[in-house]
Design a protein around this ligand. Structure first.
Ligand SMILES: *Cc1c(COP(=O)(O)O)cnc(C)c1O
Length: 416
């Protein structure tokens, strides 16, 4: 579900026309729907009702404070992957004991700060990291709660750039070595071994790989229990897909049912899920304007005012994202357009062969642009990053100002 619907031929975000937003805030800009965000978070939370659980939003998908605030008010936990994300989510008042820290390269200062604020769990991705965290926690006189991120070697059937659970992936601890690393962790004085974790990839549209991973985790839990290592936290990661075109991803409910079929409906584990894309992906659009129409040898180009610096998914993953007009026009014929940005790179495209009826100055929206969109944006070509707006029913709020040009070189210096 989402809240970007046509009303009298014009695309709206909830009760606000995107034409009005463009007029007020300029383009390109990202527009988010609070209702959609809330609905998607609630779907995960309610799917696990009756089970001890925590939905930890993977904030790298979209870390805008407005988005974090909406989710924090609903009781979300957060999965962070850097000190920056940790400090950012603390800004909206997130409770440290609902924060989980993942990542293959956590630095000493990052671990120190996370221990200082008292996060719920570190997801540990290597033996080396175990030793490091143990030493730091010892020095601070603290005990660090840890889960091992195991790499179950399952193929999630997604784009190779977003698969993370294959055996030659940099992520996690190979499952064959995990028992040994658990024994090691168990002996470390400043660690409290609380759980097991995995995250096998992103934009998964089938439950099979999840089930396979979950079964691996369950066997591991049983083997550990047999050695007297009892874990109470099971984290299955994120990765549930969304619909960009015609995908039919499983619902959070089907995902929860799968977990219950593997771990038992009445299990005593605290179940953690870390959805990012599935919460925020369809809660946002990128609003942009057609700057110029031009004809090459055989192709028609629509050059828009948003580029790969604003939205890199098509260039990076060959991702297909729907592009729709904000107002349908009948006065020109539809034809296939290459929708491209103004950046000096041939990979700077948002969509290829899109059948649209276009004139210069028209507004277009890239749908499903709430996740891995603004959060991956850059200043390439010295372009200010876009504004972000949150719509809540009939109201709209600027949740991030458009960057100004002087901000782009603030902090840089000429030579003396
Ligand atoms: C990126 C990531 C997620 C979220 O993935 P989505 O596909 O956005 O749901 C969850 N957990 C970890 C460890 C991640 O790196």
């Amino acid at each position: 579900m989402d809240s970007f619907l046509l009303r009298n031929g014009v695309l709206f975000a909830e009760e606000v026309s995107l034409e009005e937003i463009a007029l007020r805030y300029g383009t390109p800009c990202y527009v988010y729907s609070r209702a959609t965000l809330e609905q998607h978070f609630r779907a995960f939370d309610e799917a696990l009702r009756g089970q001890k659980h925590l939905v930890c939003y993977a904030m790298k998908a979209n870390s805008n404070l407005g988005v974090l605030d909406v989710l924090c008010r609903m009781g979300a936990g957060f999965d962070v992957v850097s000190l920056g994300e940790l400090e950012r989510v603390l800004q909206v008042g997130a409770k440290a004991d609902k924060i989980i820290f993942t990542g293959v390269g956590k630095r000493e200062d990052e671990m120190r700060r996370a221990l200082e604020v008292g996060i719920r769990c570190f997801n540990i991705e290597s033996e080396s990291e175990l030793h490091k965290l143990n030493a730091i926690a010892q020095g601070m006189g603290k005990k660090a709660p840890v889960a091992l991120r195991v790499n179950p070697d399952v193929n999630p059937q997604t784009h190779p750039y977003i698969a993370t659970g294959l055996k030659d992936s940099k992520f996690g601890i190979p499952i064959a070595r995990a028992m040994e690393v658990y024994r090691l962790a168990q002996k470390m004085d400043a660690l409290e071994v609380v759980g097991i974790d995995c995250h096998i990839g992103s934009q998964l549209t089938e439950l099979d790989a999840y089930r396979e991973a979950a079964v691996h985790l369950k066997h591991m839990l049983q083997a550990l229990a047999a050695e007297g290592i009892h874990l109470h936290m099971v984290n299955i990661g994120g990765g549930l897909g969304i619909r960009y075109k015609d995908e039919k991803p499983p619902s959070p409910c089907a995902h929860a049912d799968m977990l219950h079929s593997v771990f038992g409906p009445q299990n005593d584990y605290e179940m953690i899920v870390e959805p990012g894309r599935a919460i925020v992906g369809n809660a946002g659009i990128l609003l942009m304007r057609v700057e110029c129409l031009k004809q090459a040898d055989t192709l028609h180009f629509a050059v828009v005012d948003a580029g790969m610096n604003d939205l890199i998914r098509p260039a990076l993953y060959e991702a297909w994202m729907d592009i729709v007009p904000v107002r349908k026009r009948e006065d020109v014929a539809a034809k296939p357009w290459e929708v491209v940005g103004p950046i000096c790179e041939s990979t700077d495209f948002l969509g290829k062969e899109r059948r649209l009826a276009l004139k210069e100055g028209d507004l277009l929206a890239v749908r499903s642009a709430g996740a891995y969109a603004f959060s991956m944006s850059s200043n390439y070509n010295t372009r200010p990053r876009a504004a972000e707006i949150m719509v809540d029913k009939g109201c709209h709020f600027l949740v991030r100002e458009r960057e100004t040009l002087p901000q782009l070189w603030a902090g840089e210096h000429k030579l003396p």
